[in-house]
Design a protein around this ligand. Structure first.
Ligand code: PPS
Ligand code: ADP
Length: 619
């Protein structure tokens, strides 16, 4: 008698990478999922957990349904029995198991690579002798896409006569990740040296084309504009108006995924149950992500009432390399019902339409919207202006010179879509009744301007408020143009109450002499950044400090001094830089590390901002 087929489960990309580590022996001594203290975990739906707990097996399949392994519950965790190996995918030949790597490359130095190699790193590699570059390509690990990392690492290997191995080590966002990384690398090196690359330098010119393709400017990156809100809130109207602007401007391919239209085509036959709504939104998300993957703009306007489903769409889009921009059309229910354009609210109130959003089915307000627009009592153009402004500030699209709101500029202003101007930091509104009219300009500096210095800048703006008489900006010694805040750090900022608009409006930039010149005070994360600033701009000597050093220095000067006077005084009584002043880089070290750095920064900002802010008149 044939046995009934095993229940199947398709793991997440991260879990699939972990499965490969387990099967290849790279994770040894970890042998299965969910072992105590191990970050290699598999999360399963309730019914499959029950199945396992009854001593039955389940089958893990890849997204195409190919069975990869069987899993059974044991005392240690979930044991894995491999079935088939993943056989396709770019550069598959480089995914060599540790035992084979040891056989081929014994005696070499092993160097993990997670990003495009820099000039400084190439020199380091040349000094190491014969090396094997281990490209860590697991989910969330490389700074570029896995295929780009492998293509780039092969080029570097050509330059120095090295070999390349792909290792699917993923980022689990866990405190156990560093230990796992060491252990996995040891399984390849087997006693041969493992050397980490130093941080810093400029991406090699030989890799410039890969860097360019991987890090498109916001004006070239695929973009999903997702309008969510109640029926009648104005989603379709605003989405359509925005589409028109995009089309009038030209230069991008634009696809509309309107709620009603999708319901008549892609999602025909679905009901308005929670389950069917989720299916509907995931379909929209899937199509939108594919559009973004190829650099297009998708404009979506379904109700999308559930936060979790919207998050799934965001993840799909970001996974495809696109940007996800959420517009909450926050017109209140009373206004939507007053409009009742299609007479549906009246029917819903009479009980003729079951599960009607806002009446008999929930709408979960987004907490992560890039912009929130209440259309009550406003013209369409006016409401659309909020969206256009937010898109420009975030650096995604500049439609501000479009014909609809600026008729005078219609014929005179050509618009370059591919390279939108970087958003200027918005100066705080002119404070009334201040002692000094010119604000103090503070520039924060770290390496890439995506993690520590954005945290310092945005948190300072929030803590100091608009009336402190201080302008905050940030830049990176090795910053790229227009990258958003690192996701983990953005989460910490949001949890600490920094507004979504502020976070979304951030765009990274490289440090320039002009930025240093324009600043009254330069505060860096580490002493190395301060040294970099001074190398480029030696005259900045008296105004450049590490944040910790500045906090210590201001304790030494007259406590009645504030603002620019305080900076001058501190410049003459500076504390030395000390290692304990440095704020360590939490990038890619998970949430806990980001919080440690954020706490350290918060402590320092508390004392620094209080002294920098000018006392209010009348105090
Ligand atoms: N029960 C119920 N609840 C909400 N809406 C209803 C319902 N039944 C029909 N309609 C009409 O369908 C439109 C919403 O479809 P969506 O696909 O956007 O909804 S969802 O995102 O799947 O929740 C919505 O259109 P919009 O007004 O454009 O939002 C309604 O016209
Ligand atoms: N400022 C505004 N922005 C958008 N729509 C508005 C505005 N003021 C009034 N409306 C009207 O509200 C209705 C919104 O309907 P629609 O765009 O179909 O909403 P939804 O797609 O969210 O169901 C339209 O009749 C539109 O003319």
């Amino acid at each position: 008698m044939s046995r009934p087929p095993l229940p199947q489960h398709c793991p997440t990309p991260r879990e699939l990478d972990d499965l490969e580590l387990l099967v290849s022996g790279a994770a040894a001594p970890i042998l299965g999922f969910n072992e105590p203290g191990s970050p290699i975990t598999l999360s399963l739906p309730g019914e499959l957990r029950t199945h396992l707990s009854q001593g039955e097996e389940i089958e893990l399949v890849d997204p195409e349904g190919l069975p990869l392994a069987r899993v059974a519950s044991t005392l240690r965790g979930l044991a894995v029995t491999p079935l088939t190996h993943a056989q396709h995918g770019p550069f598959r030949r480089l995914y060599v198991a540790p035992a084979e790597v040891r056989r081929q490359y014994a005696g070499r130095t092993f160097v993990p690579v997670t990003d495009l190699v820099t000039d400084v790193q190439l020199e380091q590699l040349r000094r190491l002798g014969p090396v094997v570059l281990v490209a860590l390509v697991g989910a969330g690990m490389p700074g570029v896409s896995p295929v780009a990392l492998l293509r780039a690492t092969l080029r570097v290997a050509d330059l120095i006569g090295a070999d390349v191995v792909a290792c699917p080590l993923a980022d689990h966002g866990s405190l156990a990740d560093p230990a796992l990384r060491i252990s996995v690398l040891r399984s390849y090196a087997d006693g041969d040296p493992v050397v980490e690359l130093t941080y810093g330098g400029h991406v090699l010119p030989e890799l410039a084309d890969i860097a360019r393709a991987e890090r498109p400017r916001p004006g070239e990156q695929g973009l999903v504009l997702f309008f969510t809100g109640l029926s009648g809130s104005g989603k379709s109207t605003l989405a359509q108006a925005l589409m028109d602007r995009l089309l009038e401007q030209g230069g991008r391919t634009v696809t509309s995924l309107d709620g009603d239209v999708v319901r008549r085509n892609l999602s025909a036959g679905l009901t308005f149950s929670k389950e069917d709504r989720e299916t509907n939104i995931r379909r929209i998300g899937w199509v939108a992500a594919e559009i973004a993957r190829h650099g297009g703009v998708a404009v979506c306007s379904p109700i999308a009432p559930f936060d979790a489903t919207r998050q799934q769409v965001r993840a799909m889009v970001e996974q495809a390399g696109g940007a996800f921009f959420l517009v909450h059309v926050a017109t209140p229910l009373e206004e939507c019902e007053r409009r009742d354009r299609k007479g549906l609210y009246a029917k819903a109130r009479r009980g003729e339409i079951p599960e009607f959003t806002g009446i008999s089915s929930p709408y979960e307000e987004p907490f992560d919207a890039n912009v929130r627009v209440d259309t009550t009592g406003r013209t369409i153009d006016d409401a659309l202006g909020d969206v256009v402004d937010a898109l420009r500030t975030a650096g995604y699209l500049d439609l501000s010179a479009g014909p609809a709101t600026a008729p005078a500029a219609r014929v005179t202003e050509p618009i370059v879509v591919a390279e939108p101007p970087l958003p200027e930091p918005t100066p705080p509104a002119e404070p009334a009744g201040r002692i000094e009219a010119t604000p103090l300009r503070v520039l924060f500096v770290c390496t890439a301007n995506i993690c520590r210095s954005p945290y310092m800048e945005l948190r300072s703006r929030q803590l100091a408020g608009p009336d402190a008489g201080i302008e905050f900006a940030s830049a990176g010694t090795h910053g790229f143009n227009a990258h958003p805040v690192d996701k983990v750090m953005a989460g910490v900022l949001a949890e600490r109450g920094v507004s979504a608009d502020l976070i979304a409006g951030f765009a990274s930039r490289p440090l320039t002499d002009d930025l240093v010149d324009a600043a009254d005070l330069v505060l860096t994360a580490e002493a190395a950044h301060r040294a970099f600033v001074l190398e480029e701009a030696p005259n900045a000597f008296r105004k450049a400090f590490t944040l910790g050093q500045f906090a210590e220095s201001i304790d030494r000067v007259d406590p009645s001094l504030h603002g620019a006077e305080l900076v001058t005084a501190a410049g003459h009584r500076r504390a030395g830089t000390a290692e304990h002043h440095d704020i360590r880089d939490p990038y890619r070290r998970g949430k806990a590390a980001a919080e440690v750095s954020a706490n350290q920064i918060d402590d320092l900002l508390q004392s620094v901002l209080r002294r920098l802010a000018l006392p209010q008149t009348g105090e």
